[in-house]
Design a binder for this molecule. Structure first.
Ligand SMILES: [Zn+2]
Length: 228
């Protein structure tokens, strides 16, 4: 497929996708300046699609617009991540509840494949952990069949990945996959109550890691954990 045949309106999307991917992989790190002329030159596009892409990243919460300084890649604070995980708990819980009522053999086998792959990764391979975690949760919300819920989860997905990248992995893969296994089991049983309960418990555990052992003044450094 050649991008040469994409109509001009697609340009903004591809610049956005490029910048988003660079933020999510950490190539553009937290706090990095998103300077429109420099990005336009680097990507060999005009400034207006870059401006549109930056605005979209700001809307998605991946960048912060600073008065007279342009945009920078957002720096996750403990408070913002805890707030993110409060919202995520409710959304993932409902997605799992709805998914349990719509389980199909195809969805179960797809989720099983993702989970088998996830359980087999090197626990230190953080990039694959993030990718497989995201694929599992995305498949569950697709199954839920709720467009608004999917859109809301998709909107915070970027911030969730940045949150995960901002923390370091310390044996989180085993617990994450065990919890995903419990979610899948509830879907297989077509048990909405159990599905919501285990999905919420998964996110609550991660939120507690983000909250840290105690509330301290001055937004202390983020804990060493996997927030998947
Ligand atoms: Zn997860």
């Amino acid at each position: 497929m050649s991008v040469d045949w994409e109509p001009p309106v697609r340009v903004g999307t591809s610049v956005y996708e490029e910048l988003r991917a660079r933020i999510l992989t950490g190539e553009l790190s937290s706090g990095a300046r998103l300077t429109v002329p420099a990005i336009a030159k680097q990507l060999n596009v005009s400034r207006s699609p870059v401006r549109d892409a930056v605005l979209q990243l700001v809307r998605e919460g991946l960048a912060i617009e600073e008065f007279n300084r342009g945009a920078t890649v957002f720096i996750p604070s403990r408070a913002s991540l805890v707030s993110l995980y409060h919202a995520r708990e409710a959304l993932e819980g409902m997605a799992a509840r709805l998914a349990a009522a719509r389980t199909t053999p195809e969805a179960v086998s797809e989720l099983s494949l993702i989970l088998d792959e996830h359980e087999a990764i090197d626990p230190g391979d953080f990039a694959r952990h993030i990718d497989l975690d995201a694929r599992f949760h995305r498949r569950v919300r697709d199954l839920a069949g709720s467009p608004v819920l999917s859109r809301m989860l998709e909107e915070i997905q970027g911030q969730v990945i940045v949150a995960m990248r901002s923390t370091n992995l310390s044996g989180g893969v085993g617990r994450a996959t065990a919890e995903h296994r419990a979610i899948l089991e509830a879907l297989v049983q077509q048990d909405p109550d159990a599905a919501e309960r285990v999905a919420r418990a998964h996110i609550v555990r991660l939120r507690r890691i983000l909250e840290g052992p105690e509330q301290e003044a001055g937004d202390p450094p983020l804990p060493q954990a996997s927030a998947g």
